[in-house]
Design a protein around this ligand. Structure first.
Ligand SMILES: [Zn+2]
Length: 343
């Protein structure tokens, strides 16, 4: 989530708090007393995977002024048709991506909100404010080829009307279609890697970012903070990210992805060596669920509306960018910090 000053907020991706089932971004902003109906100017869904889209529908409903930005492949006829055929029980825990997307499309249709939708591919400028402090957010991906490939893949998926089991239908290679970002605030820049991966194809993934000349064409300054792509995995890594997009030894942040056990210990070792400091929003080794007595669990569910905390195990990192040029970082107790060591 980015706060841009002048009461402007921009939300990047959405996930649900496991306890309250509410979008984490919403609980956070409401906890700060932000009027989300007025002050959220945009929501970006970087790609169509449940750990990035869950809760986006609820955000869109309450953030009345926000545009919804998403990768252009997601708004293809192919993606829409999968969504429109989807009839699964909305309370089920599978197919989160499709359900969320169907709800969004239906809502935009019913509220005549089509103009709230913004399609994104590389070079897209989300905003470019030059007053006082220059504040700019630019998409580094997806490439045109990645978008075309994603649409072609969606077209091959066989979904019949009313299908009850279309689990995992959103392809794994959606990550190639993810929107990686370059954000500048005054003298400091940040790379938000989303889940963009590298496959060795020069026209997709990170290679496409470097082969397409975006960096010099848009005069993007090197960044000193990196939200590491694809949960720190090997596939999210590309030498040139560290050589061309980042300063030497940036501050790196990553989020674990339990289903694939990311980041792996060797990923952490490498990131530590490349960074001045590495922050991981949750101990990747810690078990995902907190075991509680079922009765306690029920009690918690009953009082859940009163809870203000984001989540028992959810790490939260806050970074302020003061105008004197150094990041001011605060993190809650679930965040694990590794100091970078030169090896
Ligand atoms: Zn992810």
């Amino acid at each position: 989530m980015l706060c841009l000053g002048y009461r402007r907020w921009f939300i990047i991706d959405s996930c649900l708090c496991p306890e309250t089932k509410k979008p984490v971004a919403l609980s956070y902003l409401q906890g700060l007393g932000v009027d989300v109906s007025r002050d959220v100017i945009g929501i970006l869904i970087t790609h169509w995977h449940s750990d990035h889209i869950a809760g986006a529908y609820e955000l869109l409903k309450v953030c009345l002024k926000a545009k919804l930005h998403c990768s252009s492949a997601l708004m293809s006829r192919e993606a829409m048709s999968i969504a429109s055929l989807y009839k699964k029980d909305i309370f089920s825990n599978t197919d989160i991506e499709i359900r969320e997307f169907s709800q969004i499309i239906k809502f935009l249709f019913e509220t005549k909100g089509r103009d709230r939708l913004v399609l994104v591919k590389n070079r897209h400028a989300f905003f470019d404010y030059r007053q006082d402090v220059s504040t700019r957010l630019v998409a580094l991906s997806p490439s045109d080829v990645a978008t075309t490939q994603a649409i072609a893949k969606l077209a091959t998926l066989k979904v019949k009307e009313g299908d009850q089991r279309i689990r995992n239908i959103v392809p794994e290679n959606e990550n190639l279609n993810a929107v990686a970002l370059h954000f500048t605030f005054g003298d400091l820049s940040i790379i938000l890697g989303a889940d963009l991966e590298e496959t060795g194809n020069p026209q997709t993934g990170w290679s496409a970012v470097f082969n397409s000349n975006i960096i010099s064409e848009l005069s993007l300054p090197v960044a000193s903070l990196f939200k590491v792509s694809h949960h720190g995995s090997q596939t999210g890594y590309h030498d040139k990210i560290w050589q061309e997009l980042l300063t030497d030894k940036p501050l790196s942040i990553t989020t674990p992805y339990s289903r694939s056990h990311l980041p792996k210990p060797e990923n952490i070792t490498r990131l530590k060596a490349l960074s001045s400091k590495l922050l991981v929003t949750r101990d990747p080794k810690a078990s995902k669920k907190i075991k509680r007595d079922p009765m306690v669990e029920r009690e918690l569910k009953a009082i859940v509306k009163e809870k203000r905390t984001i989540n028992d195990k959810m790490g939260h990192i806050q970074i302020r960018i003061p105008l004197d040029g150094k990041f001011d970082i605060s993190a809650n107790e679930h965040v694990v910090s590794y100091s970078g060591k030169s090896s």
